[in-house]
Design a protein around this ligand. Structure first.
Ligand SMILES: [Zn+2]
Length: 153
């Protein structure tokens, strides 16, 4: 293993014994040149590297929707935690005995009594806040066709 000539500055140098294929000397400029060429080669030959690299480039925002998808794929714990939180909230919801009232069910089939009310957001997840409401069914024959709540509290 003799001396080599640096690819960048063409000076003769001793390659490290650990890196016999070294073709750049240890000068800062030459090492920078080595990295630059390596990146160029990677971009040309390795689509995965190119894709990853461009994430930090100009078109990062264009790839942004993909980012979160990948983030979730790369961080299964993140989605797991979200799912668990949702599950526990769903369980709490069930434990409170709050069921979705189907509008096609006649209101008369709903017994009078006290109900716990929870605000359910669009995603179907109940808010932590809760109210107790007393619901009295006024007449079992009144407007059974409608899903309208004829309820007085
Ligand atoms: Zn050099």
């Amino acid at each position: 293993m003799g001396n080599k000539r640096c690819t960048a500055c063409h000076r003769v140098f001793h390659p490290c014994p650990q890196v016999p294929e070294q073709s750049f000397c240890s000068a800062l400029e030459c090492q920078r040149e080595r990295r630059r060429r390596w990146q160029q080669k990677k971009r040309r030959d390795d689509p995965a590297y190119r894709d990853n690299d461009s994430r930090y480039g100009k078109d990062w925002s264009a790839k942004n929707p993909e980012y979160w998808k990948r983030y979730r794929e790369d961080h299964p714990n993140y989605t797991d935690r979200n799912r668990r939180q949702q599950q526990s909230r769903n369980q709490k919801q069930r434990a409170l005995g709050i069921a979705k009232v189907d509008a096609s069910v006649p209101i008369s089939s709903m017994p009078s009594g006290r109900y716990r009310l929870t605000l359910v957001a669009a995603d179907g997840i109940a808010n932590e806040d809760m109210w107790i409401a007393e619901i009295a069914v006024l007449s079992s024959t009144y407007d059974e066709s409608g899903g309208d709540c004829k309820v007085r509290t």
